[in-house]
Design a protein around this ligand. Structure first.
Ligand code: CAO
Length: 559
């Protein structure tokens, strides 16, 4: 068996860089080019790849170390059975790379391989060996659950492959195969409890295997019995390491703090998560007892790519843990409507993308309300109803024309601003199926009566689910009125790519100081949320002040 040392290659002129993350542990199987650790200089961070395939038998650097070119990173035991085809010869490996091949033993130095026992003979013997695999040292003498059998009789496994997963009340642990071979017999079943030393399975080993705590049965092979060490131990280093390797691997690779909880995941999944840059704590595990499996990662990444998925917007943000409320009392679980789910995704996308600021003010609508109420009978005669909303729409349309940034949207990834030369206003409607936002087109060109008719029509069609997709497109601004429902004020979420939204609270009569006395005035609470990437406080303040003046004296709508 050959061991090689991976060295730090040329790291682009940096004298030394700090080890900020160690990506593998002793006992891990690694591939050529697989990252071993991450170095960070003041200019860049870089992953130092393994230049050999095999098993990590020693880590020569740890977090916080300063490493320069040529510093030793790790000792890799070349994969058992790896041919020269799999692993480049030492002369090739040193060419173009900065690692040095340190050969611990050559065939002549290998104690097990005497001239009387050529390598081919040892291989033949190893192929006929049975190796019992017991529960390794799992850091406790208590029984733990066997939650997952990852192999079946007849499966071929490589050294380091996961055989099964154990779970104590603190962590789940993968038990790696101590050798390459074929699963000959399983002595345990999923769901059973096992303890340190209990027999798990028997492997027909196809490569020499070490055996501290592992029972290599050679008696049934007469030639092997005469040379057990030659089969089990091709390398003195290997002999010392493997029994410790599964334990280190189990503990280091499977326990990671996730706030109060722990993330259960195996080394391969952790490696994949690192490659994707996905924090495992954000991924919901679907394996036994919430263990994160590869499919969970794939689903998470797919979700992040899919805009319409609520998970999409949360990439990198820890997921909110789900609580099983049935534990605390009776619950009903119902399907959410499509509109609800879509609204949730849109709201989350806006909330995460748009830096929101909300500006508050009160509009004095005393005169406007007197005027509106005076039109009640005329409204009835026209077969309609006149609420404050058409006045608000009209006032916003006028103010949007005077403060055109409010009617703009970011374009070209933020490089340009698109000003809309039309005034289409969305109106949030609360329906039993969820929130919908039909759009009133060309609000600036419509009379209050026309707007009143359209508000009623759109609200009715929204509640009857009769809106067409085109009825809900093209808005440059949105009004969300909770006036009929109540509330002093709220902070609406911008309906991106629009850049502003007006929240309307319930009007109430308030004492307003006129310079000499308090007067009872009808005050309408308004809140304007805006995208601070586009709209500045000054823009918002001017728009809001103009809006309040227009509502305070609706004659100005004519000017
Ligand atoms: N202050 C006081 N009274 C108000 C008011 C306000 N700001 N706004 C409306 N009212 C009154 C109306 O005048 C009407 O009373 P009268 O018939 O006596 O005049 C009554 O409340 C009911 O109004 P309405 O709800 O029928 O009509 P509207 O034009 O105010 O609103 C619509 C229409 C579709 C916007 C509304 O029905 C609605 O769905 N609102 C909810 C929007 C929403 O959910 N927003 C939140 C989105 S974010 O989750």
């Amino acid at each position: 068996m050959t061991q090689e040392t991976v060295l730090v290659p040329d790291i682009g002129g940096s004298e030394a860089a700090e080890v900020v993350e160690v990506l593998v542990s002793v006992g891990d199987s690694v591939e050529v080019d697989q990252g071993l650790l991450v170095l960070e200089s003041d200019k860049a961070s870089m992953e130092i790849p393994s230049t050999f395939a095999g098993t990590v038998v020693e880590m020569l650097a740890s977090e916080g170390d300063q490493l320069g070119e040529g510093a030793a990173v790790a000792v890799i035991q070349i994969a058992a059975g790896a041919s020269d085809d799999d692993s480049p010869p030492a002369s090739d490996k040193s060419a173009g790379t900065s690692e040095t091949a340190i050969t611990d033993e050559t065939p002549a130095q290998t104690p097990a391989q005497t001239p009387a026992e050529p390598a081919a003979a040892a291989d033949t013997q190893s192929a006929s060996q049975s190796l019992d695999v017991p529960v390794p040292d799992i850091g406790t003498d208590d029984a733990v659950d066997l939650i997952e059998l990852s192999v079946a009789v007849g499966d071929r496994v490589a050294e380091g492959d996961t055989l099964l997963v154990l779970e104590s009340d603190k962590a789940s642990m993968e038990v790696p195969s101590p050798a390459s071979g074929v699963v000959e017999a399983l002595h345990v079943a999923e769901g059973r409890q096992v303890k340190h030393g209990d027999l798990l399975l028997t492997l027909a080993v196809t490569s020499p295997a070490p055996a501290d705590g592992l029972d290599a049965k050679t008696a049934d092979t007469p030639s092997a019995s005469s040379a057990p060490s030659s089969v089990a131990l091709a390398s003195p280093v290997a002999a010392a390491k493997p029994a410790a390797a599964p334990t280190a691997n189990v503990v280091a690779d499977t326990i990671t703090e996730k706030g109060e909880d722990q993330v259960y995941a195996g080394p391969a999944v952790r490696m994949l998560a690192r490659e994707f840059g996905v924090p495992l704590s954000a991924v919901k595990g679907s394996g036994p007892r919430g263990r994160v499996i590869k499919e969970d990662l794939h689903r998470y990444v797919q979700g992040a790519l899919d805009d319409s998925s609520p998970a999409g917007a949360t990439a990198g943000i820890p997921a909110i843990p789900e609580v099983d409320f049935a534990k605390f009392g009776p619950v009903d679980v119902t399907e959410r409507s499509k509109i609800d789910k879509l609204t949730a995704a849109n709201m989350q996308r806006s909330w995460l993308n748009v830096p929101h600021v909300t500006q508050f003010d009160d509009a004095d609508i005393t005169e406007m309300e007197t005027f509106r109420k005076g039109l009640k009978s005329e409204a009835e005669a026209r077969g309609t109803r006149l609420t404050p909303l058409p006045f608000l729409i009209k006032a916003c349309a006028v103010a949007m024309q005077r403060h055109e940034k409010i009617n703009s949207s970011l374009s070209d990834g933020g490089q340009t601003l698109t000003y809309k030369r039309f005034v289409h206003i969305g109106m949030a409607v609360d329906t039993p199926a969820g929130l919908v936002v039909p759009v009133i087109r060309d609000a600036d060109r419509k009379t209050i009566w026309e707007l009143a008719v359209e508000v009623l029509d759109l609200a009715a069609r929204a509640r009857d689910r009769k809106l067409k997709p085109t009825d809900m497109q093209g808005a440059g601004f949105t009004i969300s009125s909770l006036g009929a429902i109540g509330g002093r004020g709220f902070t609406p979420i911008v309906n991106a790519p629009e850049v502003a939204i007006l929240g309307v609270g319930r009007a109430s009569t308030q004492p307003v100081w006129d310079g000499q006395a308090f007067q009872p005035r009808l005050q309408l609470p308004l809140s304007l949320s805006y995208d601070h990437r586009v709209v500045n406080g000054g823009d918002a303040g001017r728009f809001m002040t103009e809006l309040c003046q227009l509502l305070g004296d609706i004659r100005k709508l004519l000017l």
